[in-house]
Design a protein around this ligand. Structure first.
Ligand code: NDP
Ligand code: GDR
Length: 382
């Protein structure tokens, strides 16, 4: 059985599943900065899917390359065993997942296979290869476990009540990590992370759908943003802050599960309002339930040339309601603060501004291209 290397022996080797996703890309940057050799698993796709990590790509033909991608999939046991064997990682970060809650109602079996059994497959790979005392394991657990909340705010001891196939799959993953820690003495832990966002957030999650949609509307590329439940309350942080925490959780004496959150919550409606203000647009919300709309009251500055007072730019479309909704999430990160010294550095307002500016830049480019015969895609998906 391979022994854990003495703490601080470099270079350490990390394997990241989901490296092409939002968190995977920020975590890979962080670990490369720290001197790690980083291996990532990417899925084969008919189109390039590495946009989020292209800027840190290293030519494998050069000596001492520290960034390597391997084709793989969390549903493919033998592939995972081979990659773990080849890379002999000191740390595995299991970030790969079908991560969209609404999609999990449409593809429940696939979601469970990848998010639930995928976690088991990796833990078994570690065990089969005799690496259980060498390889530390981080599991991307989620505030969705709290679902129908039993306590406000939610902390490590709050009972779980998952409300989607995604959350149920992640509940299995949570407990199998705890079980392997207890059964085999593995250093394996769950980061129970609340929502975290960034300009790299997938386009169909609510914050990015809003910043991208409003930027497109401001530039005249779309007319209206169709949304689901505007009353939903979330505790939103910045992905860059949260991946720092993922690394910290694997550097402790003993493996422990932590809640990671900001401790502040806002509604989807408030997020729309903040994003509009970044574009110089003041909105009024009128009507109730499925008839609610956001109407432009005032336009200041030059970021939204396509808008005028009276324009209706947000409507509710029940197709985006979920069969069972998680109405409110608010985390208590005091354990992480006390034991790991972790505090989020980026405030929500700053993050909204960063996301809007990034999407506005894209929209301005597309608007320019459109005048030369190029049409962009719309934002109202999921
Ligand atoms: P993303 O959706 O941005 O990224 C998911 C990653 O998983 C992508 O790289 C994706 O590949 C990959 N993936 C999807 N299916 C498979 C599969 N079958 N096999 C291997 N890889 C696969 O998610 P985030 O970066 O936002 O989240 C990272 C993790 O953290 C996820 O597990 C998510 O469930 C969890 N989480 C996220 C939170 C958040 O607010 N962001 C909060 C709490 C937990 P591809 O690029 O090819 O699609
Ligand atoms: P969530 O994120 O389900 O919390 O899961 P998402 O941004 O999809 O939804 C947040 C809330 O906004 C409401 N909502 C809408 N959501 C989407 N996507 N599209 C809409 O049009 C819309 N209108 C309102 C939703 O109903 C919900 O209440 C995210 C994912 O990153 C998970 O992988 C992660 O585990 C959790 O966060 C923590």
């Amino acid at each position: 059985m391979t022994k854990n290397p003495p703490f601080g022996v470099w270079p350490k080797v990390a394997l990241i599943t989901g490296i092409t996703g939002q968190d995977g890309s920020y975590l890979a940057e962080l670990l490369l900065e720290k001197g790690y050799i980083v291996h990532g698993i990417k899925r084969r796709s008919s189109q390039f899917n590495t946009q989020r990590v292209d800027h840190i790509y290293q030519d494998p033909h050069i000596d001492n390359a520290r960034f390597h991608l391997h084709h793989g999939d969390l549903s493919d046991t033998s592939n995972l065993i081979r990659i773990v064997q080849e890379t002999q990682p000191d740390e595995i970060y299991n970030l790969g997942a079908q991560s969209h809650v609404a999609v999990s109602f449409e593809s429940p079996e696939y979601t469970v296979d990848v998010d639930g059994l995928g976690t088991l497959r990796l833990l078994e790979a570690i065990r089969i290869l005799g690496l259980e005392h060498k390889t530390r394991f981080y599991q991307a657990s989620t505030s969705e476990l709290y679902g129908q909340v039993q306590e406000i705010p939610q902390k490590e001891t709050t009972p779980f009540y998952p409300r989607s196939p995604y959350a149920v799959a992640k509940l299995y993953a949570y407990w199998i990590v705890v079980n392997y820690r207890e059964a085999y003495g593995m250093y394996a832990c769950n980061g129970i992370l609340f929502n975290h966002e960034s300009p790299r957030r997938g386009e169909t999650f609510v914050t990015r759908k809003i910043t991208r949609g409003l930027a497109n509307i401001a530039q005249g590329l779309e007319e209206c943003l169709y949304m689901g439940n505007l009353d939903s309350l979330r505790d939103w942080g910045h992905a860059k802050d949260y991946v720092r925490m993922q690394w910290l959780m694997l550097q402790q004496e003993q493996a422990e599960d932590f809640v990671i959150a900001t401790g502040v919550q806002y509604s989807v409606r408030q997020f729309i309002d903040m994003a509009a203000k970044e574009l110089g647009v003041t909105l009024a919300f009128k009507g109730k339930g499925v008839d609610e709309q956001a109407v432009v009251v005032k336009v200041e500055g030059d970021k939204a040339p396509a808008l005028s007072p009276g324009d209706v730019i947000v409507k509710v479309d029940p197709r985006y309601f979920r069969p069972t909704e998680v109405e409110t999430l608010l985390g208590d990160p005091s354990n992480a603060k006390a034991k790991l010294g972790w505090v989020p550095k980026i405030a929500l307002q700053e993050m909204v501004s960063e996301m809007v500016i990034s999407d506005l830049n894209d929209a301005q480019r597309h608007a320019l291209l459109k005048t030369h015969g190029f049409a962009s895609t719309v934002s109202s998906e999921y």
